[in-house]
Design a protein around this ligand. Sequence first.
Ligand code: NAP
Length: 439
Amino acid sequence: LTRKPREIHFSLIGCGNIGSATLRYVNERAGYIETGMGYRLIPEKVYDIDSGSLEFLGELENIRPKIASSVEEVIDDPKTKIIIEATGQDGPARDYIMESFGKGKSVVTPNKLVIAKYMRELFDEARSCGQELGFESSVMAGVPVINNLRGNTDIINKYLAILNGTSNLILTHIPERGYDGALKYARSIGAAEPDASSDTSGRDTANKNKILAALSYGADIDYDTMTSPLFLEGIENITDLDIEFAGEFGYKIKLLGKSRMHKDGRLEIGTFPYLLNSSHILANVDGTNNAIYIDFESKGPELHYGEGAGPMPTRAGVVEDVIQTARKMRGGEVDIPSIWGGIELVDPSELKYPFYLRFSCFDKPGVSGKITTVLGDHEVSIASHVQKKELAEEESVPICMLTYEANVGKIKHAVNYIDETLKGNITTGDTVAIRVENG
Ligand SMILES: NC(=O)c1ccc[n+]([C@@H]2O[C@H](COP(=O)([O-])OP(=O)(O)OC[C@H]3O[C@@H](n4cnc5c(N)ncnc54)[C@H](OP(=O)(O)O)[C@@H]3O)[C@@H](O)[C@H]2O)c1
């Protein structure tokens, strides 16, 4: 029995890496999607601010979208039911999505920036216009995390996630190349933009962390809070020495988006580099791979792992999201997540973590004692301690310490005190302080 395919008329705004890859994918996979899934994907209009990026359209044998001369022409197109927004912009993308809802179109976007920044108003507008918003590929590209969380009924106790392939690749290659060499390598293989600051600063991870927290707890966390230094640190200060010392202590260093629901109903959230025990399931997620470890109350732990970026995985995620969105629209009920602002966040400086501390010290007697005295004055006790004279650079010797669990605020005070008062006499440079995640 053959079934008549259901037609999905969609259009695209922004035809760079992801937009063009998505159209190529539809061109290649149209036959399977129609016979295997029963959907005929029909691209109607395509618009890009740079008309040069649309030249490839002539190469596509199976689809013939029309080139629009303006965004309005796409949004007003009467045949289009779903718009893919893939411009990578924030403000303009928000406007396009809001206007699309107003014109009775649903939207699919891989744009984490626009979702993280304008989530609440986009969700509200979609709901009030009776439209869907698919954003599966905004986090971990083709790995199905977002729609999994959108369908989840269980309590989420916590999650730990590697969400940025560029920074994970850099961390993987720091031991043999150093930080600058690893960044250069990432650029040379197309895994880092010329300006990789949103990856290395952790901002991209924080954006995705905000999206995950909204779906996990209904939390509407203020964007500026999420990306403020209290809640976010990047990987720019991590060196090959840190990765080597961490390894000696039995750990690897990973940039993680983390959240944990505390028993008192307050949410711990943050984006920081952490030392992770080498036996942790996320510790060996290397290169450009992403992974999220979610601890559910009833379902138990769950792991999603895979390529978290790149046109190939993202294009498949976008197309699957288009089909998912069409299915929901056909069912006649919009299914926009509910978020609210009522969740209180734990002040990160109140939390307790063991810390890895690396001091650059003068090679003279009594140096370690002076540092441990300052740490002791701040109620920070040392669990292990390594000094490597053979790694001395000029007059500076690295000394690393693993602390017992200590108050984050007190650690920060101790480190600031050491950097302000002991530099030039006991230490030769700034201290590196990294949380240890044992969960
Ligand atoms: N690349 C990945 O691996 C990946 C993975 C997951 C998610 N994403 C997300 O996917 C989105 C697209 O990424 P991409 O890598 O495809 O970026 P991209 O290559 O820069 O493509 C964006 C395209 O949109 C065009 N554009 C910019 N502003 C526009 C506007 N106002 N109206 C119409 N077109 C406009 C750009 O033109 P100009 O070049 O002239 O500015 C460019 O051709 C981003 O939100 C990104 O975060 C990307």
